[in-house]
Design a protein around this ligand. Structure first.
Ligand SMILES: [Zn+2]
Length: 133
């Protein structure tokens, strides 16, 4: 079974980022390595939600390009996309699902309601995967 490894301190960085960006969605890019079924997050690149919306997020092309460049320099891959749902459960919205098709990495969502993280990949359908610390 597929899983993603995110440490407690990384979770803290992400939940703090989500809290800071409230009432809007927050977003980040996760760098790391993929080892078979296991995705290991090594570094987090916090990004700005240029939509400034509580129900959507967009990362600017400039930040995306910078992210991919930094990942390459560090000999890592972009392994995941993080965003928060300040007012709903940590489940992909229809918009998220659409973008999961064009960005087939692990999608990590943090819910401001349950204060919980969930992770998903897109196979033939949306599949929830395990998060390990
Ligand atoms: Zn979403």
């Amino acid at each position: 079974m597929q899983k993603i490894i995110i440490s407690e301190s990384q979770k803290k960085i992400l939940s703090d980022h989500a809290d800071n960006e409230k009432p809007n969605e927050s977003c980040a890019i996760l760098f790391g390595i993929v080892d078979g079924q296991k995705t290991i997050v090594k570094e987090i690149f916090l990004t700005k939600n240029i939509d400034e919306s509580p129900v959507n997020f967009t990362i600017s092309n400039e930040q995306l390009i910078k992210c991919y460049k930094t990942a390459e320099e560090k000999k890592m891959e972009v392994v995941g996309i993080f965003h928060s749902h300040p007012n709903s459960e940590a489940y992909p919205s229809n918009t998220d699902k659409k973008f999961m098709y064009s960005n087939p990495v692990v999608w990590v969502i943090y819910s401001g309601i349950s204060n919980d993280f969930k992770a998903y990949v897109l196979e033939s359908d949306i599949l929830e995967i395990l998060i390990e610390t």
